[in-house]
Design a protein around this ligand. Structure first.
Ligand SMILES: [Zn+2]
Length: 336
């Protein structure tokens, strides 16, 4: 019964004795207590045996967007028509502080962080060196960048490659201009994040067709030592992603924006298929925080509440798989 219906019943009742008033008052009191116990906030905080409470590694974070958006732009959502729920935080300092606060809340102890502006990435890393794996966002292949990258890797300033977001400019992963980047990543034995999927920002040169996971095949054949992971688990190219992951055991994925951009049911359908295909040991958590740090919590929530994941599978996604991929236990990877 809803509270207003109960109150109407309470006030319209005509009791014929003091006892009736007392009984009704008692019932009313019990009703209030029960209502308090059903507070949605309290329900949200309730932990079940399946709730993961350990450290989290976020394999996909940014210091901003690779393209300009006006202040206050609502968070991304798909498919249109839909409305984003959180406005942008564009000020760099505010964005970093808010992100760090939220990372503390969710025990995110390590994050693969990239940005088009390398100085911002380095600044975040300087603020919390143990936490961030600093990496450049590659929007367009460029030979001069390659030279600079070599210097950064040699000095240990940057420690990953990507997000390789060249699909935003319609460039396929196997394009010859990207080959030297993958060679460099192999040489320095660093993790590489790539945007290879069906969806992305509404940019004029973005092409869904440049995002089929099958297009990774030549890259993986040519660069057998590449430590590559695919954002959004290649959504929605489910079968192609499974084929690539079955055939190339070194290939990992992260869940990134599909935890909060698409309808939750669509994310669960997709994730469940990958889990049922036996790939639960190679799926990593990633929030794809850009300028909406509040979405990190939503991404965590999507994994916590997945009804088909058991405690061990959540621990794998939140931590173990990324720790293995990053080789956190190996000597020499301490700086990661
Ligand atoms: Zn991203």
């Amino acid at each position: 019964m809803y509270s207003h219906e109960f109150l109407r019943a309470f006030y319209h009742h005509k009791p014929d004795s003091i006892m009736s008033y007392t009984s009704l008052s008692l019932i009313f009191l019990v009703f209030i207590i029960l209502s308090c116990n059903q507070n949605p906030d309290q329900e949200k905080q309730q932990r079940t045996p399946e709730t993961y409470s350990g450290d989290i590694i976020d394999m996909h974070m940014h210091t901003g967007l690779p393209h300009e958006v006006p202040p206050g732009t609502p968070s991304l959502c798909r498919p249109a028509p839909c409305e984003g729920t959180v406005p942008t935080t564009v000020d760099q300092t505010a964005l970093m502080e808010k992100t760090l606060d939220i990372m503390d809340t969710y025990h995110i102890t390590k994050a693969f962080l990239s940005g088009v502006d390398w100085s911002a990435v380095k600044e975040w890393k300087k603020t919390d060196p143990e936490r961030f794996i600093a990496s450049p966002f590659i929007l367009k292949p460029d030979e001069t960048i390659l030279g600079e990258l070599k210097t950064e890797y040699a000095a240990g300033q940057l420690m990953g490659l990507g997000e390789v977001g060249t699909q935003l400019n319609g460039i396929q992963p196997g394009h010859p201009s990207l080959d030297p980047y993958f060679t460099l990543a192999e040489e320095y034995d660093i993790p590489v994040l790539i945007h290879t999927l069906g969806i992305g920002p509404y940019m004029p040169h973005f092409r869904s067709s440049a995002g089929s996971p099958l297009l990774l095949e030549e890259v993986l054949v040519e660069h057998p030592k590449l430590r590559l992971f695919v954002e959004n688990a290649g959504f929605p190219y489910r079968d192609d992603m499974i084929a690539m992951m079955y055939q190339y055991p070194e290939l990992y994925v992260d869940v990134s924006t599909i935890t909060w951009v698409i309808p939750r049911e669509a994310f669960y359908d997709y994730l469940k298929t990958l889990i049922r295909a036996g790939l639960g040991k190679r799926i990593m958590f990633g929030s794809d925080q850009m300028v909406w740090p509040e979405k990190i919590g939503e991404a965590v929530d999507a994994i916590q509440k997945a009804p088909f994941l058991n405690a061990e599978q959540k621990e794998d996604i939140f931590y173990n798989n990324a720790a293995r991929f990053l080789r956190l236990d190996s000597p020499g990877s301490a700086s990661l």
